[in-house]
Ligand binder design. Structure first.
Ligand code: NAP
Length: 267
């Protein structure tokens, strides 16, 4: 028995990085995966690579009309939804004008980051709940960040949006429980996962190698993570193995949030 046998799953931002790893792993575990993104060319390729019952759909998570169209598509083609992974997100540094620090922040950029990272998740939960109400084992997995738990001085909008995702996850979890819907909702908090999201921060060539080494030296487990590390955590939360788990935050960060930075030296 595969871990997601015959479950209908929608993953946002799945044309690359963590979302792609989740889509591919879930399909290996028997799910019918709806790969969604704004990058249609890459998204199509991911869905084609998965094959079988999977498909690609354009979905800009910040747009409510896109969610309405996606809901119709899912109902017509798959009959309903069992799992939603709200993965799409932007750091904002590349996609918007700066600055992003609290003293000088550009308010339009602040709104754009929140539109994608927070409104995108809130809309996903809204339409995900409606699609999953009839499922006997619904699961919503929200990809927040380690930055939803600690601040980042020069990416304050990103940190704020991810903190809000962490909290909204708990409201959704309690709402669904009170309504007696069979829908659980949990957040994952990745840290330092090596994906294209880091490109603008790492540079190229030797500069990149040095930057990765410097980041790795500050991670308790000594290396940046892989997209699959997050995908396995999402698999647990999506599957019925986690049927008694709702409203939690699961860190996948090599131990960064364990707080080793200020620990006394071993004498
Ligand atoms: P990524 O490589 O940049 O992939 C993100 C994907 O989301 C891209 O395909 C992107 O499309 C898509 N996207 C952007 N805006 C969208 C929108 N409005 N609607 C739908 N799709 C959109 O990022 P990643 O590292 O895999 O990150 C995935 C999630 O994990 C994000 O929420 C991120 O904040 C979170 N996270 C990542 C890390 C990390 O270390 N990598 C750490 C903590 C949290 P385009 O290619 O067209 O831009």
């Amino acid at each position: 028995m595969l871990r997601l046998e015959n479950k209908n799953v929608l993953v946002t931002g799945a044309s690359r990085g963590i979302g792609k790893a989740i889509a591919e792993l879930f399909a290996e575990e028997g799910a019918n995966v709806i790969v969604t993104d704004i990058n249609d060319e890459s998204g199509d390729k991911v869905a084609a690579g998965i094959g079988g019952t999977s498909c690609y759909l354009h979905l800009d998570v910040g747009r409510e009309d896109d969610w309405i169209a996606a809901s119709e598509f899912v109902k017509n083609k798959y009959g309903g939804l069992d799992v939603l992974v709200n993965n799409a997100g932007i750091a904002g540094i590349l996609e918007t004008q700066g600055p992003h620090d609290p003293e000088n922040l550009d308010i339009n950029s602040w709104h754009k980051v929140h539109e994608t990272n927070l409104d995108g998740v809130a809309l996903g939960c809204k339409y995900g709940i409606r699609l999953m109400k009839n499922s006997l084992s619904g699961s919503i997995v929200n990809i927040s960040s380690r930055s939803g738990i600690v601040g980042i001085p020069f990416a304050a909008a990103y940190a704020s949006s991810k903190a809000a995702v962490r909290n909204h996850t708990k409201s959704v979890a309690l709402y669904c429980a009170e309504k007696k819907y069979h829908i659980r909702c949990n957040s994952i908090h990745p840290g330092a996962i090596y994906t294209p999201l880091w490109d603008v921060m790492l540079g190229e060539g030797e500069q990149r190698d040095n930057a990765v080494k410097a980041i790795s030296s500050e991670i308790p487990l000594g290396a940046m993570g892989e997209p699959k590390d997050v995908a396995y955590a999402a698999l647990y939360l999506a599957s019925d193995e986690s049927k008694y788990v709702t409203g939690i935050e699961l860190n996948v960060d090599g131990g960064i949030l364990a707080g080793s930075a200020a620990s006394p030296p071993n004498t």
